[in-house]
Design a protein. Sequence first.
Length: 417
Amino acid sequence: MRILNRLVVVLVLTIAALPLVAAQALVAVNERYQKKEELQQALESAASHMKSGLHYSSALRRSEREIEETEERLPVLARRKRETRLQLSAVRETLQAIKAEHGIDPADEEYMRELLADGEKQLQTFIRFLHIRNVTDGGEGGSALLRQYLLLSLGERTEQDMRNRAMLRARARFLNIIATAQQFQELEHTLRGEYEELAGEYLALLERNELAYQRLHASASNQAEIQRIVAEVQGEIMKMQSELARIDARIRRQSERDLIEKGIIETKEGAYNDGAIVGDPAGLSWPAVGRISAGFLDAAYRSFFGVPHKGIDIAVPQGTPIRCAADGVVFLARDGGQTGYSYILVGHRGGTATLYGHVSQIGVTTGQDVSRGQVLGLSGGTPGTYGAGPMTTGAHVHLEVIQNGGHIDPLLVLPAR
């Protein structure tokens, strides 16, 4: 009976625990799904930045070509602009002379139209008057001409004829001046439009030239900053080489103390264990889990940034914990600030060191002992974020492995996945 009761109790507890187990399973699935989504977003962000960005070397060449093109076109535009300006100045001087000499304003289009219409009307009226008086060359009217000869002397007739012809020429010339003024005014309008267009094109081209120089200097400055960072990191790596033997001994002693405290090995009077049981110093653990977005000595990376890629990039969401690949000592925790490059350089046993780049938040200090799997900081790499530096296109962890002063492919010492 007691056994039956116990079985009933166990069965009830099991049934009661089922919702809790199911809920935990759902939470775990949801967390995995969320992490997968974050990783996918990080990969898409990196791909987007890579596609939208310009290679530094390509940006340099593009700026140089644009400078060459604009500096070839600028003198041509300047010459055309100067010629148009001189023509415009000559036309305006002519218009001013017409205004000063004849008292008319060619710029007043309505006044000029009215003046031309009135002049044409007066000229037509005068011609009809001459025709009636038989002064025109082709006119007929012998009786009128005979009366003129009878009433006027030869000198008076000649003078009147000359006066009439002079008035006819004067009216015709005045109309011609009006028409000429209108033509010059239209030419002035055309030349002014051409000059303004050329001036605008020249200023736009000049601005393009200046922007190309700015981009050239910016690209050169970015390239110089990248070269400076690479040289600084390499310098710190070389400094660390002289410390690796000391770091190796320090880790070995620490490992020995840990083993002694756990009772795994016995103490040796006045001596340290040789550390052979600590494990393979070259065996490293993954600092983060994600897709490899750029491999060791990646050609596309070199083309993009102009420097060799001495590690691998692990695409992970911004803020992912970065774990130490093996027991070691932090040789340098470099905080690059908002615009600089932040990285952590850790020395391990056997002349091995690891570097973790684009760190958005550093969680260790220089000289600190660290163990395998310990969180060193948080990942970064999103362009423009804290510690990302200029050598990035998206969120990731940059991992370098150094052995005896030289970089090796981290995939050679990381466990297969």
